[in-house]
Design a protein. Structure first.
Length: 221
């Protein structure tokens, strides 16, 4: 399924896409273009996931969002990027912030990251966000903001090489680790952790939630 085209030419909401660990905003060019075709002004936010602290990256996201001129802003975060989105939303009650979609984000902490954090080389792989990845975050969404979660169930990924993950999982993050208290909607999809980034079906569901505040039927591919 593809992202349905916009039905009118009214004002377009801004969407900021935030990548995860080891990645760059360019990785989300496919998702960005799909959301643009769906009627959003989508932007990929890049940050040094290895070289800068979790709090500093959340502050950088706040500066980026504040520079946008749109009347409505949404966030889409993959993995660590979703945790950064939640930190930003908790600390910056921007009335323009409407909806957040998390893609495979270990809100409750990642068992894989926790094991890596106990090893010298593994801790290096987690950059400067080992605690947040291992323990998760406690979000406090501002009034009016809604969150939706998409979790993958195709268990193909590096996480399985580090320790067995409880099923279902996306190969890196277990579904149970993505459960966000107070989320407006939650959706399981048969994709891997990396597949959440590139799947056309996931992009269609992201657009659906950003428009309506829920996942659902988005039409055939």
């Amino acid at each position: 399924m593809n992202v349905p085209p916009a039905k009118d030419a009214g004002p377009r909401d801004d969407v900021v896409i935030v990548h995860g660990l080891w990645l760059h905003g360019l990785v989300f060019e496919v998702l960005r273009r799909r959301l643009c075709r769906g009627g959003f002004d989508a932007h990929a936010f890049s940050y040094p996931s290895m070289g800068r602290s979790f709090g500093a990256n959340a502050s950088a996201l706040a500066s980026y969002v504040s520079s946008l001129k749109a009347g409505v802003v949404h966030l889409v975060g993959h993995s660590l990027g979703g945790l950064i989105c939640l930190r930003y939303a908790s600390e910056n009650p921007d009335p323009r912030l409407s909806r957040i979609v998390l893609l495979g984000s270990p809100v409750r902490g990642s068992a894989t990251a926790a094991r890596l954090a106990k090893r010298p080389f593994g801790k290096w792989l987690l950059g400067r966000s080992p605690r947040e990845l291992a323990e998760g975050v406690t979000p406090h969404l501002p009034p009016g903001a809604e969150a939706g979660v998409i979790a993958g169930t195709l268990g193909v990924g590096l996480g399985r090489l580090i320790l067995p993950l409880p099923a279902p999982h996306d190969g890196t993050v277990a579904v149970a680790e993505t459960r966000l208290p107070g989320a407006r909607d939650f959706l399981l999809m048969p994709v891997s952790h990396t597949g959440l980034v590139f799947s056309a079906a996931v992009a269609a569901q992201v657009a659906c939630f950003l428009r309506a505040g829920s996942f659902g039927m988005v039409g055939p591919e």
